[in-house]
Design a protein around this ligand. Structure first.
Ligand code: BES
Ligand code: ZN
Length: 447
């Protein structure tokens, strides 16, 4: 069975369901159809591929647990990030390859592989016992990597269909192969694209250099002013609403075995950066940031072209702490960029994705069930920690469906998410299946 489970995942990974570019729209749809057919074949019911203005949502359920057993709403995303830079992949991103215990492919970890874990858990239980210990609803989307625009509207409009007692999401990683972790918080996000326009057209840098302000330079000066010398974001009022960590939580987070050395090893960066008054777990999990994800303008092809470009561009993302409102942060950043803009250029800021941060109380019973399940399969108790990535729908589950959400990751920190050579540890995949089964059984026992 193990080989078949992996082979099936590889078939799903072969579909290049990149959601961030229109060029792959049909591939994203194909992945949705593949999943719908697969869900049908393993015994899930009410399978539906739901068209949206963007990429489809896939729904399926199994609701025969009976006797007041709880319902688990399992969310995952089958869209993936682009593959660039392609030349750095050791094997092609959509030709899944097992090497040194890892299954390498775009989406292996984020999030096809981790989503597939739960389908295989459900299939195994249904095949072995003809039933599941709890009711299960699957909600899979193809737009997570573009901010879940359709899903954040869909969920509040489908409260009946999606009614559940707990949400379950595997779209994150644990701390190490033998150190499971449960996330009690994720950061929110705001993204925006900045365009700086100077002259009406590109200019000869010999004829006009020295009299026209180069937009690349103006943009660089503005971007450089977005942080102070200590690594704090310099946008006025940026930190106003940030949830402060109290001493108890800081003490608990200090126990999380993930520190400076781990980050240096994981990233290969020559030295760490950032506001040193917070630990790396605090800085990535609970403190907001502003990152320049891309900047371009002028001539970047091989060779030289002596030009003053008309425009320069940057893509910015802010990771947000609980209580920070993405729209307010976007407005603050845009205002500040306008303040920073010299009279020699014009600036526009266009918002991309937004999502609120997530935080859950540790007392939620389903978290205890997750802890028991992890411990049973991994042989060690999970630690509770915060993560810096964003999953926009988590907060919508909390607010619109009024359910707690368990973030039960099976990835590892070195899975290369959004990067070349993404992988899923093969052993983590099988452990994930066992943990998902144990979680459902444990939830049933809690009743
Ligand atoms: N799986 C990630 C989120 C994640 C990353 C959680 C690391 C925990 C640890 C997810 O697919 C993702 O990358 N989300 C985007 C959302 C954005 C495009 C709105 C993100 O965080 O950049
Ligand atoms: Zn993901």
């Amino acid at each position: 069975a193990r080989t078949r489970q992996l082979d099936e995942l590889m078939a799903l990974l072969r579909i290049p369901s990149v959601s961030t570019t229109a060029a792959h729209k049909d591939d994203v749809a194909a992945a949705a159809r593949w999943l719908g057919e697969h869900m049908q074949s393993i015994g899930l019911e009410n399978v539906e591929i739901i068209a949206t203005p963007g990429h489809p949502i896939v729904y399926a359920d199994w609701l025969h647990a009976g006797d007041g057993q709880p319902t688990v709403l399992i969310y995952g995303h089958y869209d993936v990030q682009p593959v660039d830079p392609l030349e750095l992949w050791l094997t092609p991103p959509f030709e899944p390859t097992v090497r040194a215990g890892g299954l390498y492919a775009r989406g292996a970890s984020d999030d096809k592989g981790q989503t597939f874990v739960h389908l295989k858990a459900v299939e195994a239980l249904l095949a072995a016992t003809g039933k599941l210990p709890v009711n299960v609803k699957f909600l899979l989307e193809g737009e997570e990597e573009v901010g879940s625009p359709a899903l954040v509207d869909f969920v509040p409009n489908q409260q009946e269909r999606l009614a559940a007692d707990v949400g379950l999401i595997s779209d994150s990683h644990i701390l190490a192969p033998d150190q499971p972790s449960i996330l009690y918080g994720l950061r929110g996000i705001w993204t925006g694209e900045v365009t700086v326009t100077g002259p009406a057209t590109d200019l000869h840098s010999g004829t006009y250099g020295g009299v026209v302000h180069n937009p690349n330079q103006a943009l660089a000066e503005m971007l450089a002013a977005l942080h102070d010398g200590t690594g704090r974001v310099a946008v006025p009022d940026f930190y106003d609403d940030v949830r402060e960590l109290d001493a108890t939580e800081r003490t608990a987070l200090a126990q999380v075995p993930h520190g400076d050395e781990d980050v240096l090893r994981e990233t290969g960066a020559p030295a760490l950066w950032g506001a040193a008054d917070y630990s790396v777990v605090e800085r990535t999990g609970a403190r907001p940031t502003l990152e320049i994800n891309g900047m371009w303008g002028g001539f970047i092809d091989p060779g030289f072209k002596t030009v003053i470009p008309s425009q320069a561009h940057a893509k910015i993302s802010c990771r947000l702490a609980p209580n920070q409102d993405p729209d307010r942060i976007g407005a603050l950043v845009a205002d500040y960029l306008h303040t920073l803009a010299p009279p020699t250029v014009e600036v526009t800021v266009k918002t991309g994705h937004v999502g609120h941060a997530f935080l859950t109380p540790l007392e939620v019973p389903a978290l205890q069930a997750a802890a028991v399940a992890y411990e049973r399969v991994f042989g060690s108790a999970p630690v509770y920690t915060l993560e810096g990535g964003s999953i926009p729908v988590v907060v919508i589950f909390q607010q619109a469906l009024n359910i707690p959400v368990v973030l039960m990751g099976f990835g590892l920190p070195d899975d290369n998410l959004h990067a070349p050579n993404e992988k899923l540890d093969v052993e983590s995949f099988y452990r994930g299946i066992a943990t998902s089964i144990a979680f459902m059984q444990e939830l049933a026992h809690q009743q």
